[in-house]
Design a protein around this ligand. Structure first.
Ligand SMILES: *Cc1c(COP(=O)(O)O)cnc(C)c1O
Length: 392
């Protein structure tokens, strides 16, 4: 099959929900992917922050294939030592008390939303169901997580959306304060807005939000789907902010390339979701858990986190020296670049032609390289980026 065959069949048989780059990827190793015609690409995307150990990492591939050859699925009618190991590890790493395992970021966020509403219902009764998110946020594609997403473009076509969401301005304490009326049960934020353009929240705003929530028994919940799993240089980004949320959600990098999500909650919320109030067929699937167990054992050591921060600094220092760079944002290996010519999309297309995969988010270039990328791979990709930035 040639690329053109694949493209035609995609057009013929698949719903047209994605704008794709003109590349069909078939294999990969480390931070380098290969397309159907044998061309190589350095990958600074990790499949949008998923492949934290790069492509076909030996330890990860062995964990997944051994588990597939041992026990692939059992349903949640039975106990699973892999589920308990992954949950225990997540609790140990964070100090959270309980975990719910699911299959995606949107599902983890649905779980957080259900916890917030039921916690409030159990304690205060009906009428305290509103959740405040931030303008320019992204929380997923289900009808409810679209409603949670604070961008008007996502609030179209699929009416009626789930009620009970309102949007405060990011980094505006006054705006958030005004939204915290008596019907609010939770505030739900990304600490660095990923899809929104790698926009970090100010520490001052976050501290004020946590304090205001605490005062009114409003849950402070953090969507760590993109910022989590050591991406920003700590296991979860909230740890760098020095705060303690009531709930966090995780997915993307958690399985290193297989679908798994998690919702983690503080002790006071441990008994909110009870028997029969939540569930999923695939959640905590043994193959997904075997992958997550491997990922968690590899990317959470002090040494590994130090290397993520050092690589982040290396990327930033190289990028700062490129022509056409206006501003660099993000933390660790979550990197946003605003270009002087405001031409992120053109640069992304040109990079693909030149053998480099990068992402954009709004008008920013966004880089989410594998966390174990080598300096050699990084340099190879950064040389392409530099060339394209200077030519375009
Ligand atoms: C990607 C993302 C989601 C959605 O995750 P899916 O696995 O696509 O459902 C939610 N929140 C944030 C912050 C994300 O980056």
């Amino acid at each position: 099959m040639t690329f053109e065959d694949i493209k035609q069949n995609e057009n013929k048989y698949m719903m047209h929900t994605y704008g794709r780059f003109p590349v069909a990827l078939v294999s990969g190793r480390g931070a380098v992917a290969t397309d159907v015609e044998g061309k190589e690409y350095v990958d600074f995307t990790s499949g949008i922050g998923v492949n934290c150990l790069g492509y076909s990492d030996d330890g990860w591939a062995k964990a997944v294939s051994d588990q597939a050859a041992t026990l692939q699925h059992i349903s949640n009618l039975y106990y699973s030592p892999l589920q308990t190991e992954v949950s225990e590890k997540l609790c140990q790493l964070t100090g959270f008390d309980k975990v719910f395992l699911c299959n995606s970021g949107a599902e983890a966020n649905e779980c957080a939303i259900k916890i917030a509403r039921k916690y409030s219902f159990d304690k205060y009764g009906k009428g305290r169901q509103k959740i405040i998110t931030l303008q320019n946020s992204f929380h997923g594609r289900t009808v409810t997580t679209l409603a949670a997403t604070g961008q008007d473009v996502f609030h179209n076509f699929f009416f009626p959306f789930t009620e009970g969401f309102d949007y405060a301005e990011a980094n505006n304490i006054k705006s958030l304060k005004e939204k915290l009326t008596d019907d609010v049960c939770a505030v739900f934020v990304e600490l660095i807005q990923g899809e929104g353009g790698v926009m970090p929240l100010d520490k001052e705003f976050v501290d004020a939000a946590v304090a205001m929530c605490k005062e009114k028994d409003i849950l402070f919940m953090v969507d760590e789907v993109q910022t989590g799993m050591s991406r920003t240089g700590s296991v979860y980004c909230y740890q760098s902010y020095g705060i303690r949320p009531d709930v966090i959600t995780s997915a993307k990098g958690l399985g290193g390339g297989v679908p798994i999500g998690a919702c983690l909650c503080d002790k006071k919320l441990s008994d909110v979701l009870t028997y029969g109030t939540h569930g999923t067929t695939f959640g905590g699937n043994p193959i997904a858990c075997a992958a997550a167990k491997e990922v968690l054992s590899r990317i959470t050591t002090d040494e590994f986190l130090k290397s993520v921060n050092e690589k982040g600094d290396y990327f930033r220092s190289k990028i700062a020296k490129m022509g056409n760079v206006e501003k660099i944002t993000g933390m660790g290996l979550m990197i946003g670049i605003l270009t002087k010519k405001d031409n992120a999309k053109q640069i992304a297309s040109k990079c693909v032609e030149n053998g480099l995969l990068i992402l954009t988010a709004k008008n920013m270039i966004r880089l989410l390289p594998p966390l174990n990328i080598t300096y050699e791979e990084a340099e190879r990709g950064l040389n392409i980026l530099k060339q394209v930035m200077e030519d375009e």
